[in-house]
Design a protein around this ligand. Structure first.
Ligand SMILES: Cc1ncc(C[n+]2csc(CCOP(=O)(O)OP(=O)(O)O)c2C)c(N)n1
Ligand SMILES: [Mg+2]
Length: 746
């Protein structure tokens, strides 16, 4: 942006000596240019919206002083920024251009924020460390916490930032400074969300260098602050959080705001902890162009706000202080108007994205986890010497014996251990995953350690330390949101959701954030997190809240890989692929299979991988295809064997292993051969995973079918506690047998 230099004559007298909280006259003039540009960009977009040349508008009006001030206290491309839609002035001050913003408004192909995929004012500027944001208010806050954690982790593990060939690290540049700050902003209404409180709790407890900026314009659309916030003042409510630096300011005054951000930044950069800047601002325009605030705000209130408008206010200040005269102001305003006019014309002429590009960047364009590179053979048992847990007591006989007969739980644990040794960017957190948070008990060997409610992460904290394996608060959104922020920075969080039944608090992060970050930022950002989740029933007493499936809710989310192994070897191979790949993965581990006799295997070595999207033919057959996965695999196998024994019906049994992507080729080849298909799954029947497979078979293999496509699944209820009820609800081997027999006889 062009800059107007201070007229030296104006600096004569006492002005040059005056200290505006350390800001020079030139910085104040630049701030005015930013703020005025921000406001006029909003006005231009509003005009363009009325002309139907842009499709949405939300303004930063009234919040400009804050953005200009924050940028003066922080460093673009050094510090990290999780702004929200009112932060236009911040982004301009950090270095985004009006042209870039107008490209977003028209949805141009070269819009740097999203390439026309997101609404305007959803800022993302990779070169400035401004991270992609969504429309879901508040989701950025936990991610900002994860971002700050990543900075700290990398400072302590600098080698983790090195590039490596052959996995996601090849495509993920990592940079860190050691003293960087993460800025995150939100509105007053958004402080009502649980994720806000989860974020404050963790930032406080971990003393993270995060500046939380609450931009309090007194309204969330039409809902006033006293409805959102008990007592009407968020500062009062958060004041009890330890380790914080607090500021409550008039956010329409850039000098006051700068001083507050400077103190906050100094506090964070020195490593004391997070800061909270509660800024009282105004909202002179309606919430967005879809809102008319005159419906709920009287003129009197709007006029009182207008008296505090930061743009005229700074203009008056510059004039009053003699920093600029009227001519100087006019010159800036003219330059800005001319630039916006020219940039608007360019943006309106810019090429728009083409329809054929819509599938780009749903997944990583660089690393394909379905490719042959992710298909390796298990090492020969003699060669596959398993790395012993650091704390294990050597007992040769039992170790050798066990190595031939490892459970799914054993091999998941071994895979995590191997990958943590191989890649220092891998870290693990979740509820109860540590051996013991009170490390001294471990050091003094008073205890053995827990390592997960199912012990899948046992021994990992002992071997890799408490900054690589640690317990999180009981807050699932925080687990996924923090992991997302860490992965944006290039780390590989492998987090655990203790029970699938309790994944729902993380749903906004799982549906609106993690899987969409790459697509919505047009490949500027990605977050290849692995989420391990204990899932499923057949537990005898698991009841409603420890038995749920529900995988189709996640296979219905583009951008998320979903895998569901049925045996120990596949679990090891798929988990390794999940960790090394460049996409977010939901890794579903069936609790009933963790220690089952079925599907045990020798340790397959530290490089064994199974590609995604490749089914396994558990048993070849000619009469009927059964498509299944997870804990239904052993039950279906039992039923198929009985059917063969008793009725000479030869079932081809397909274990999908990976649900998104899934192996359509294997299904099609089999159905073309057998002409009959049954999809068997543990989740409740209706709208479940089998519905999609059945529809595809009906659609694409209709001419090959000799019978209707059938499904067998749980009843459309939840799973009950009493075993008699559980048996009736979940598909049993006898039910599978009956369904197979009926279909074979059709
Ligand atoms: C989770 C979520 N709920 C609802 C909305 C719809 N919505 C968009 S902005 C908004 C109000 C936000 O108010 P506030 O946090 O005070 O920010 P402001 O717009 O006032 O700056 C609402 C309800 C949303 N985008 N996300
Ligand atoms: Mg508000």
């Amino acid at each position: 942006m062009a800059t107007t230099k201070v007229d030296p004559k104006l600096n004569e007298g006492n002005i040059a000596k005056k200290a505006y909280q350390g800001l020079t006259s030139q910085q104040l003039i630049d701030a005015y240019r930013i703020m005025f540009t921000s406001r006029r960009l909003d006005d231009r977009e509003i005009l363009l919206k009325r002309q139907q040349k842009v499709f949405f508008q939300i303004s930063g009006a009234g919040h400009e002083a804050l953005g200009a001030a924050a940028a003066l206290a922080l460093k673009p491309g050094y510090d990290w920024f999780y702004p929200y839609y009112r932060d236009r002035a911040l982004c301009l001050a950090l270095g985004a251009t009006p042209l870039e913003m107008l490209m977003g408004a028209v949805g141009a192909a070269d819009d740097p924020c999203s390439g026309g995929r997101q609404m305007p004012s959803h800022w993302a500027y990779k070169r400035l460390n401004v991270v992609t944001q969504s429309s879901a208010t508040g989701t950025q806050i936990l991610q900002a916490v994860g971002c700050a954690e990543a900075g700290r982790y990398l400072a302590r593990h600098p080698k983790a930032s090195q590039k490596a060939e052959g996995d996601y690290r090849q495509f993920k540049d990592v940079q860190f400074q050691g003293d960087e700050i993460t800025y995150v902003s939100l509105g007053d209404g958004t402080t009502s969300e649980g994720e806000f409180w989860e974020a404050l709790n963790s930032a406080s407890n971990l003393r993270l260098p995060v500046i939380f900026c609450v931009q309090d314009n007194q309204y969330a659309i039409s809902v006033p602050v006293e409805v959102q916030t008990s007592g009407g003042n968020i500062s009062r409510l958060v004041s009890g959080f330890p380790n914080f630096h607090f500021e409550e300011i008039d956010g329409t005054d850039p000098v006051v705001a700068y001083a507050a951000f400077k103190r906050a930044a100094d506090y964070c950069r020195a490593g004391h902890g997070p800061a909270f800047v509660h800024a009282h601002v105004i909202r002179p325009y309606s919430h967005s162009l879809s809102d008319d605030e005159r419906l709920y705000r009287p003129d009197s209130e709007r006029q009182a706000d207008a008296a505090r408008d930061p743009v005229p206010r700074l203009q008056m200040f510059l004039l009053r202080e003699g920093i600029l005269d009227e001519k100087g102001i006019n010159q800036i305003e003219r330059e800005v108007e001319e630039q916006i006019q020219a940039d608007a014309d360019r943006a309106l002429d810019a090429p728009v994205p083409q329809p054929e590009t819509i599938y780009r960047y749903v997944y990583s364009p660089d690393l394909d986890p379905t490719s042959a590179a992710f298909g390796t053979q298990p090492a020969a048992p003699e060669a596959a010497v398993e790395a012993k847990p650091a704390a294990a007591s050597p007992n040769k006989t039992s170790q050798t014996k066990a190595s031939l007969n490892k459970t799914m739980a054993d091999l998941i644990n071994a895979t995590l251990r191997d990958e943590m040794r191989r890649d220092e960017r891998v870290l693990i957190f979740g509820e109860d995953v540590a051996d013991a948070s009170r490390e001294e008990y471990l050091k003094q060997k008073q205890i053995k350690g827990k390592g997960g409610v199912f012990k899948l992460t046992a021994g990992l904290q002992i071997e890799f330390g408490s900054d690589r394996v640690f317990n999180s608060p009981l807050a699932e959104a925080a687990i996924v949101g923090r992991a997302t922020g860490m992965a944006i920075r290039g780390l590989k969080p492998v987090v655990e959701i203790q029970f699938f039944d309790y994944i729902w608090p993380a749903m906004m992060q799982l549906r609106d954030e993690l899987p969409i970050i790459r697509w919505r930022s047009n490949n500027a950002f990605s977050a290849p997190v692995v989420i391990r989740v204990a899932i499923g029933g057949y537990l005898t007493g698991g009841a409603i809240y420890h038995s749920q499936c529900g995988e189709s809710i996640f296979t219905h989310t583009p951008g998320l890989r979903v895998v569901f192994p049925s045996n120990a070897l596949d679990a090891a191979g798929l988990l390794r692929t999940a960790i090394r790949c460049d996409d977010p993965v939901l890794f579903l581990e069936h609790k009933r299979l963790y220690r089952e006799t079925y599907g045990r295997a020798p340790y397959p070595g530290p490089d064994y991988m199974v590609p995604f999207g490749k089914a396994k033919i558990v048993q070849p057959g000619t009469d009927l295809t059964v498509i299944t996965y997870g804990a239904v695999v052993p039950r279906a196998l039992q039923a198929a064997q009985k059917l063969e024994r008793e009725h000479r019906v030869c079932v081809e049994l397909i274990d999908l292993r990976s649900l998104n992507p899934f192996d359509w080729d294997a299904i099609a080849a089999s159905v073309k051969k057998t002409n009959r298909a049954l999809i068997a799954y543990e989740d409740s029947l209706s709208w479940g995973y089998g519905a999609e497979i059945a529809a595809r078979i009906a659609d694409q293999l209709f001419h090959h079918l000799d019978a209707p496509v059938k499904r067998i699944a749980a009843t459309d209820t939840f799973v009950a506690y009493q075993p008699i009820l559980e048996n009736a609800i979940l598909p049993q081997a006898a039910d599978l047998f009956r369904a197979m027999k009926e279909l074979a006889e059709f």
